[in-house]
Structure formats: C-alpha cells, structure tokens
Design a protein. Structure first.
Length: 102
C-alpha cells in the first residue's frame, strides 16, 4: 500500500511530499468534525522528530520549535498539520475523513 501524505504544503519546502499550496486546501466550510479528526491525528504513531522551528505558513507566528511525523500506516502527517486543522478550514480527502471519523 502506498502512503498518502496530508498537510505537506509546498510552503514547507520539504522534499518528502508536496500537497500543493495551503491556499488550495482552505475552504469556507469543512464537511467533517474537527474534534474527531484532531483526536485521530493525535493518536498517530510517531515516526520521527525534527528540531526545526515551525511557523504558521499564513501568519508567520511560531507554532513549535520542532515537528514530528506521524502515521496510521496509510496516511502520513506532520505535527503542525493539527494546528492548521484547528485554525483554518482545511479540505481533507473523503477517504481519510471516513477512516478518521469511524
């Protein structure tokens, strides 16, 4: 099974994945329960941690002094992805919403 990446926005300048600009993923309204999605993301298995300052792509405010990469075995996301789900209306793939909301 190939891994699917979430929240690896082009503004992050990371080489492992590129989901395009965060601006392409912001919508007026989301079709999922943010609390359920965040809870699911928080339960992911940590794969690695990187000591790199992480700033909000849109505001340049400090999010963290490091980030971790998590997975559920199928999807992969960075710890700062939770910040974007909490603070912005980020469009997510339907199959991920179904899996995380179950």
């Amino acid at each position: 099974m190939s891994r699917k990446y979430l929240g690896f926005f082009s503004e992050n300048n990371l080489t492992m994945a590129d989901n395009g600009s965060i601006k392409q993923h912001i919508v007026k309204e989301v079709n999922y329960d943010k609390k359920k999605i965040i809870s699911y993301l928080n339960k992911g298995k940590k794969e690695s941690t990187c000591p790199k300052i992480v700033k909000d792509i849109l505001t340049d405010k400090l999010i963290s002094t490091s980030f971790s990469v998590f997975t559920d075995g199928e999807y992969v996301w960075k710890s700062d992805f939770i910040h974007y789900i909490e603070n912005y209306n980020i469009k997510l793939p339907e199959d991920f919403i179904t899996k995380a909301s179950a």
